[in-house]
Design a binder for this molecule. Structure first.
Ligand SMILES: CC(C)(COP(=O)(O)OP(=O)(O)OC[C@H]1O[C@@H](n2cnc3c(N)ncnc32)[C@H](O)[C@@H]1OP(=O)(O)O)[C@@H](O)C(=O)NCCC(=O)NCCS
Length: 186
C-alpha cells in the first residue's frame, strides 16, 4: 500500500489524523446514546473515548484488518466534527467505509463529503476494487448517505445481529472502483 498523505481536503472540510486534543469533542458526541444507537456497543465512557482517540491517532495502514481513521474538521474552523474510517477487509481489493458526525454537524452534507474523500483515497490512492458499508436497516440516515455516494444496495440479512437489546437486520451497500470513476467523471 502507498503512504497516505494527510490531511485530505475537500470543498468545505479538512480530514486529518486525530490527536489528543480531540478527546473532549470526541467524547461529547460518542457519550450520547443517540450517537451509539447504530454503533456496536453502548455510549462510550470517557476511558473508552480515550482508548479510541489514542487508537485513531496512531493508526497504521499496512495490512488487512487495518483502518484509516480520519478526524473531520470544517476548513478555517478547527475543531472535531466527526470521523470517517476505511477498513482494509480480507480478500483482494476489499474495504469497508464508516462514518459518525456530532449532532451539530449533521444535516449539512459533511458526512457525504468526508466519505466521498475517503472513498476517493481508497480507490485512487490505495487501489481498492470494491468498498462496502454495512448498516442496520433502521439506520435510514446512513442508508441515505450510501445512496448519495452512489452505492448500490446489494444485500439484506434478516436479524443478522443482536445488539441494543434487539435483533437487527443488516443491509450492505457497495460500489466498485470502475463505477465510482464513472459517476465522478459525469
Ligand atoms: C449517519 C450520519 C453520519 C448521517 O449524517 P447526515 O447529516 O444525515 O449526513 P450528511 O452529513 O451526508 O448530510 C446529509 C443531510 O444534509 C443535507 N444537506 C444540507 N446541505 C447539504 C449540502 N451542501 N450537501 C449535501 N447535503 C446537504 C441533506 O439534504 C441531508 O439531509 P436529509 O437527510 O434531511 O435530506 C449521522 O446520522 C450519524 O453520525 N449518526 C450516528 C452514527 C452512525 O449511526 N453511524 C453510522 C453507523 S452505520
Amino acid at each position: 500500500m502507498p503512504d497516505i498523505t494527510l490531511p485530505l481536503r475537500t470543498e468545505r472540510l479538512v480530514l486529518r489524523r486525530f490527536d489528543g486534543s480531540d478527546l473532549d469533542a470526541f467524547h461529547a458526541y460518542h457519550s450520547l446514546p443517540e450517537t451509539a444507537r447504530f454503533l456496536p456497543g453502548p455510549a462510550k465512557t470517557y476511558t473508552q473515548s480515550m482508548e479510541r482517540v489514542g487508537r485513531y491517532a496512531n493508526f497504521v495502514f499496512e495490512k488487512e484488518g487495518d483502518w484509516v481513521c480520519l478526524a473531520i474538521e470544517a476548513k478555517g474552523q478547527p475543531g472535531l466534527m466527526g470521523e470517517v474510517v476505511l477498513k482494509w477487509l480480507p480478500g483482494r481489493g476489499q474495504a469497508e467505509v464508516g462514518w459518525t458526525l456530532a449532532p451539530a454537524a449533521r444535516g449539512k452534507g459533511y458526512g457525504t463529503e468526508a466519505a466521498a474523500a475517503v472513498m476517493e483515497l481508497g480507490f485512487e490512492e490505495l487501489g481498492f476494487h470494491r468498498i462496502e458499508a454495512r448498516l442496520d436497516e433502521l439506520n435510514t440516515a446512513s442508508a441515505s448517505l450510501c445512496e448519495r455516494l452512489g452505492m448500490r444496495l446489494e444485500a439484506r440479512f434478516v436479524e443478522k445481529w443482536h445488539y441494543k437489546g434487539q435483533w437487527a437486520t443488516e443491509v450492505v451497500y457497495a460500489v466498485l472502483a470502475i463505477e465510482w470513476r464513472a459517476t465522478r467523471s459525469r
